[in-house]
Design a protein around this ligand. Structure first.
Ligand SMILES: NC(=O)c1ccc[n+]([C@@H]2O[C@H](COP(=O)([O-])OP(=O)(O)OC[C@H]3O[C@@H](n4cnc5c(N)ncnc54)[C@H](O)[C@@H]3O)[C@@H](O)[C@H]2O)c1
Length: 243
């Protein structure tokens, strides 16, 4: 999703700082995008690394006007089987990482009079889900963090919004590389009947980061094929396959 977002922002004329732990993939993507992009190795849980990266980005590419807080990890484990260390690790990357990102970029944005932050949460930050005790907690946390940031930074010119993807076909959810059709079979119970593409989430981030969203702050946009609208009563009128 980060790669799709970087590509779309570069296409729209942004200079893109790609930050990840994945040296090879990050460098390859930066090369693909040419002068518009650079790769920076970053562990989002490392506060000092954030400060160093923002300084390097400002020297290489210019001021940071937009942050898309996208890095995340997934853990499928029941509540009772999740260890404390596992729980803390997921919160550390998914929630503390976004907190540190905000803290790293907001002072510069305030000094320049504005900016936009897009925090990637999840539909699992809007509902509960079996097997996702740590992940769901972290994504609800992102939602709360976003609202607080929208309140505290809005009057300083910074808009902060969250995006809540549903099922999206990425390495996180499809690490064994199943075809789109095979993945879609699991989505028969949502209105749009298919998995999402990373580009479809990227377009929501682009909108929220752009001046088109100049009056949006603290908004929560579900990009989920309708997953959060409700649950079908299978076999009853209006359900898939019934009419
Ligand atoms: N794929 C989905 O269905 C889905 C649904 C809802 C939300 N999301 C969220 O979207 C975001 C992107 O997920 P994705 O599907 O592209 O997953 P992905 O696993 O393909 O990509 C996540 C990226 O985060 C990076 N990362 C992990 N830990 C890091 C750290 N400590 N520092 C820096 N980078 C780190 C990984 O190297 C990887 O490149 C995540 O926040 C995820 O929780 C994904």
């Amino acid at each position: 999703m980060g790669a799709a977002t970087s590509r779309l922002f570069a296409t729209e004329g942004a200079k893109v700082a790609i930050a990840d732990l994945l040296d090879e993939a990050g460098a390859a993507l930066a090369e693909e995008l040419g002068d518009a992009a650079r790769f920076y190795r970053l562990d989002v849980t490392d506060e000092e690394a954030w400060a160093n990266m923002v300084a390097a980005v400002e020297a290489d590419l210019g001021p940071v006007d937009i942050l898309v807080n996208n890095a995340g990890i997934l853990l499928f484990r029941t509540l009772l089987e999740t260890t404390r260390a596992e729980y803390e690790k997921v919160l550390e990357v998914n929630l503390v990482g976004q907190f540190l990102g905000l803290k790293a970029v907001a002072p510069g944005m305030i000094a320049r009079g504005g900016g936009a932050v897009v925090n990637i949460s999840s539909v699992d930050g809007m509902k509960g889900a079996n097997g996702l005790a740590a992940y769901s907690s972290s994504k609800w946390g992102v939602r709360g963090l976003t609202r607080v940031a929208a309140l505290e930074l809005g009057h300083k010119g910074i808009r902060v919004n969250s995006v809540h993807p549903g099922g999206v076909d990425t390495v996180m959810t499809n690490h064994d590389g199943r075809s789109r059709d095979a993945v879609n079979e699991r989505f028969g119970n949502i209105p749009l009947q298919r998995v999402g593409a990373p580009e479809e989430v990227a377009r929501a981030s682009l909108f929220l980061a752009s001046d088109d969203a100049s009056y949006l702050s603290g908004a929560e946009i579900a990009v989920d094929g309708g997953m959060m609208t409700g649950q079908y009563y299978e076999g009853y009128p209006g359900a898939p396959g019934v009419g």
